[in-house]
Design a protein around this ligand. Sequence first.
Ligand code: DQQ
Length: 574
Amino acid sequence: MAWRWRLISFLLWLPSFWNDWNEPCRRHLLNQDSKEAFSIASKQYRTAFHFQPPQNWINDPNGPMLYNGIYHLFYQYNPYSAKWGNITWGHSISTDLINWTPLDIALRPSEPFDLQGCWSGSATILPGNKPVILYTGISESGHNVQNIALPKNISDPFLLEWVKPPYNPVMVAEGVKPTQFRDPSTCWLGKDGLWRTTVGAEDFEKKAKALLYRSKDFVKWTRAEQPLFSTDSSSMIECIDFFPVSAKWKRGLDGSTIEAEDVKHVLKMGVFDNSHDYYLIGKYLEELDEFIPENVVEDDHRMWLRYDYGSFYASKTFFDAENRRRVLWAWSNESDTISDDIVKGWAGVQTVPRTIWLDENGKQLVQWPVRELESLRMEKVELKDVKVSKGGLIEIKGVKASQADIEVEFEFPELKKAELIYHDWKLDDAQMACDEMCSSVPGSIGPFGLLVLASHDLEEHTAIFFRVFKTSTAHAVLMCSDQRKSSLWPELYKPAFGGFVSTDIKEGKISLRTLIDHSVVESFGAGGRTCITARVYPKLLLTGDTHIYVFNNGSETVKITKLKAWEMAKARIN
Ligand code: DQQ
């Protein structure tokens, strides 16, 4: 009888196998004569200046650092497939943060304390110029534990090999879920001579905790009774980053710069439930080892700030001591399907490295691509003082529209003409507002901005734009990156991302910088006060007929006071 059941199950399984197998084929091999040109697996979706390895899956940036003049970037990497799994630490090095050389995998599962994966973590440079990695291992039994790895040969400039000392693991879950305890931050040194790190965790009441650990020798770590921060508004928090920023200067600070009048701290947390990175600005009270956020009235992560309102997660900063700046990296996930990724053979990129500092108003951070990116700028086109009236569309010709860097400043004449809204939006409402008011919904001051990766008939395009509103007491500027028309391929994740822009618009001006890199559209509004990264796969990239336009769908004329667009060279990446 058993053979009969086997035959029945085989027959039942066959159609699902056929659908699964056939669907990617239909999607990817639309034109059998020219498989490459008509496939979502086309090389056209690979990036020219965003970090990615030659193939396979990547996610979080890990342990970025500058060591003896060389930048190191490690990253979560699956060496065998374009989907998440078998997680190791990939490793690349650079002298300019733009061109990267791949090295061997730095950490791979090998010991009982990381047999099921080498997950995210950070690097710290100890006195005597000794780098050390603290990372999460998934143990034989599937628990999250924290481990140390040290360079095998400290005088190797590339830090090729890493050893895991036998005293690992150095931290195991206590009082929190053993499967929700991970991603140790870069360590900082207190005035008492103790090193500290914070680790994200979820307790048994489903509360998120930034646990604090201290150590004298970097070997024995003791958990502080009080966490650095805890919240009821999220369950697990991942990839915590905790660092000081100057309230006076744009320049970055070493992670161990603690209490000083003009120093504030940033606590960044990846909220597991929605995969968004949020941050709070506040004071770190060293005596109490506690972080006290400023301007927070409710314990609600939806009211916290975000570095980026798009596809951006698990970010991490490092202090670049040579250039006195703090640099931010983040993982930007694909928005196609897993089966697309398998056919593409790769998934995941890192956003461009961004310098990050505290805004003059002390209330938010500002980000801007590192200046080294400008070394890739080639042909340039410029516009000055061009008016764009209602319904206007101006094409920016003369640069390769799939690999470009555009900076534009808009001026709008009469603020009092802004659309009136009768309710106060919450920070979290921006995406909903962008969803309702897309680039073709006419307004008053705006929507105006860029249409990029656009076909000549606009059937495909990604719109990045602003819209200005007034309430009874103030003005609000909405920035959107709308992907809904970005591609004719079906089954992609194509939302309209949005964030509010906190900027002084009384002067009637606002700027936008957009980096276009094949499947990445990374935008910086108002000098980097609001950032949105999008992943898009326009079909038009396969034929190369790509356009960039400035548009205005508001009743009020806006002026392009200046616009510069550069074609970008391809970086040497891995
Ligand atoms: N990715 C890692 C974890 C981290 C998560 C696993 C965040 O360590 O919590 O690949 O994307």
